[in-house]
Design a protein around this ligand. Sequence first.
Ligand code: ZN
Ligand code: ZN
Length: 139
Amino acid sequence: MSAAAEPKSVKVNKTSGAGMEIEWKDGHRSTYSFVFLRDACPCALCDDERSKSGRKPGDPMQPVAGALPMFKAMARPTEVEGVGKYAIRFVWNDGHQHGIYSWEYLREVCPCEQCKAARDSMKGLEEDIAAHGKHSHKH
Ligand SMILES: [Zn+2]
Ligand SMILES: [Zn+2]
């Protein structure tokens, strides 16, 4: 595991509801709101829902067209527990509890501007490679 995916310190502000802060071994700091974490739940169910609706991890859920606006309590964990040395698990106030957030995943979805920009440029790069690949064997 690289230092970028190993937390030096993890702070979960469960009581205040302020979210989770991670300081990584490479010096990077990530701050996640609980709402973000709930919407980024990595479990198979949420992953499936995200791929169907085209949502990225952490993007807010889109309200269903035509549905009555319903009061939704802000996501907050009722329980937080470490999973071995590699992950953290939340039990959410809406009863959802199947997501296991590995440090690697959390670093991957870091919502800070720097990481967002890096992810966007990475995406452009992948598209470039894919476009080149199509023509690389034609001479
Ligand atoms: Zn989930
Ligand atoms: Zn970041």
